[in-house]
Design a protein around this ligand. Structure first.
Ligand code: GLN
Length: 571
């Protein structure tokens, strides 16, 4: 079957949950037995999200194949429990670069290369590539339909409907109904205007999702029906929710899945079973059993909203593991600089400590103090990327007598650079090739069978036992050297610095167990996981396991962390 397409466009304003709506629709159509993927279009000129500031755009999402992408791809993976490759993110920068490169290579045979038809053609080609092998492809167009930047994509939607026929292309519009406090009533006018704007492109929505503080009443549904000339049953209410995983359940309450399938001339292949999903949601929203996790981070000075967005995958991974273990997770956002100024008192009522990834030098000492506190007071700790690097810095300074030990990223003159650049990377940096100096995407790690990390990956069925799970990782450099008998796992990376091979045996003698190692095809082994055995849970990794945590299949290190948090609390 050739893929059919469901486009999701934004009316009125962005930032009201288009990514979650797209992920939810994808999950719903998948639950009816179809092979589904989801694509994100970002209408900016950046080639990818690698250079975007996290405080402006939220976290950078990393794919198995090393793409640095907008965080919406993360929502798709979390909802669908699949790995999505980087071609599923299309930016205007990529589209234009491809067209210009082709023009330079003489591929247009002397014809004038123009906005129309060449740009929409390239957009359609990219959508087609990413949809290969799937039956239904969700395509989310970033921003809103009124944006100039959206024009080529709307044109592509129109062309694709013409080329593939009406049965193969559906359009969902996400609108927002404000409720001004002095009126106390939901207003449909902005939605009406968005419908009008979309119709100027001769695109008519098949479904309108109405985001609002509250569910939509029949009066408003009727108004939209008349204005959009679309039956009330295709106007779907999308009220605010406590937890994003409630969204597909709400949509299904209004029969969205069957309506969309009907529109695409498809019938359900099976009846969906939402039992497990619903019970996981209930834990998040209703659980009286709650744990408090301290997230020691930076970017706090830009306000609560962006902070949460900068660490969205870690936050979600904690929630996923919490649902599995039957506890709600409350996160306390702790500014590392606050610990530097006021000490670790703020950590007193915390059940577990996370030190997530980060770049640069700000807040480093506060993070090190938090790690020291969790190690000494036996508070469960998980360190992610920078969090693992600093765990070693802390250990070197306080247990191995290496005063002034540091990562050469924070202190280039440190007498003990326990975390350092590898020689190859240093050369790339000297040439200012910052992008290529980064270790990006999934890398295999061989686990030590006697370790806690091994036990966690084994228990959760995440070991790549028969190499099947390594199948979509074709490049040798990602797998490195492994033996058929080795227990292997894959986790994603985004960093430059590594554990300095010179200090590895010293660390081991002092009690650090490096429980996972990547052996590159050429060069020294890279340390992927560490743990301490005389601690309830002290695990850190050079990878970002949060990128592979799914609502229905949480990440093993996070499961272990939450388990030990719960254990400690109930003892
Ligand atoms: N700044 C560190 C490095 O580049 C850690 C990066 C991260 O935490 N993602 O190695």
């Amino acid at each position: 079957m050739q893929p059919k397409f469901i486009f999701v466009v934004g009316g009125v304003l962005s930032g009201v949950g288009k990514g979650i709506a797209t992920a939810s629709i994808a999950k719903i159509v998948k639950s009816y037995g179809y092979k589904v993927t989801a694509i994100k279009i970002d209408p900016y000129i950046n080639y990818d999200a690698g250079t975007l500031r996290p405080t402006e755009h939220g976290e950078v999402w990393v794919t198995d194949d090393g793409g640095e992408i907008d965080q919406d791809l993360g929502s798709y993976e979390r909802f669908l429990s699949v790995d999505i490759p980087k071609i599923n993110n299309i930016t205007t920068g990529q589209v234009y670069k491809e067209v210009i490169d082709r023009e330079r290579a003489g591929k247009y045979l002397g014809s004038t290369v123009q906005f129309i038809p060449h740009i929409p053609e390239e957009i359609i080609r990219r959508i087609g590539e990413a949809s290969k092998g799937f039956e239904i492809s969700l395509v989310e167009i970033g921003g809103t339909i009124g944006d100039y930047e959206n024009i080529p994509y709307l044109f592509a939607v129109k062309s694709l409907s013409r080329i593939r026929g009406r049965d193969n292309v559906a359009v969902v519009m996400l609108a927002y109904l404000p409720m001004p406090s002095h009126i106390g009533e939901m207003k449909t006018k902005p939605t009406q205007q968005a419908i009008k704007q979309l119709s100027e492109h001769t695109i008519f929505p098949d479904i309108i999702l109405c985001r609002a503080r509250e569910p939509l009443d029949s009066v408003r549904k009727k108004k939209i029906e008349i204005y959009a000339n679309i039956q009330t049953e295709y106007v779907i209410s999308a009220p605010d929710v406590d937890c994003v995983y409630e969204v597909p359940i709400n949509f299904e309450r209004e029969g969205l899945g069957k309506k969309l399938l009907k529109r695409l001339n498809l019938s359900p292949r099976k009846e969906p079973d939402w039992t497990k999903w619903t019970s996981l949601v209930e834990v998040i929203t209703d659980s009286s059993r709650r744990v408090k996790i301290g997230m020691v981070c930076k970017y706090l000075d830009t306000g609560e909203f962006t902070v949460k967005d900068s660490y969205i995958s870690v936050r979600e991974a904690l929630q996923h593991a919490g649902s599995r273990e039957g506890v709600g997770v409350d996160i306390k956002w702790i500014d590392a600089k606050d610990i530097e100024e006021n000490g670790t008192g703020i950590l007193d009522e915390i059940d577990g400590i996370v030190v997530p990834g980060g770049f640069g030098t700000s807040g480093i000492e506060g993070k090190i103090e938090a790690i020291h506190y969790s190690r000494k007071n036996k508070i469960p700790f998980i360190g992610l990327c920078l969090g693992m690097q600093l765990a070693l810095v802390e250990f070197a300074r306080n247990e191995m007598g290496m005063e002034g030990a540091n990562s050469s990223e924070s202190d280039p003159k440190t007498p003990y650079p326990v975390i350092d650049l590898l020689t190859e990377q240093e050369e790339l940096l000297k040439e200012s090739r910052y992008g290529s100096s980064m270790r990006l995407g999934a890398y295999a790690a061989r686990l030590n069978r006697g370790s806690r990390v091994y036990q966690l990956y084994e228990e959760t069925g995440r070991l790549a036992k028969d190499r099947k799970k390594l199948e979509n990782i074709k490049e040798d450099f990602r797998i490195g050297i492994i033996d058929e008998k080795d227990p292997v796992i894959l986790e994603r990376h985004r960093h430059r610095y590594e554990v300095n091979p010179y200090y590895i045996s010293d660390f081991e003698k002092a009690g650090i167990l490096f429980s996972g190692v990547h052996q590159p095809v050429q060069g020294e082994p890279l340390m992927e996981f560490l743990e301490l055995s005389d601690h309830p849970f002290f695990v850190a990794t050079q990878a970002h396991p949060e990128f592979k945590s799914r609502f229905e299949d949480p990440s093993p290190p996070f499961v272990g962390f939450i388990k030990s948090v719960v254990l400690r609390k109930t003892q």
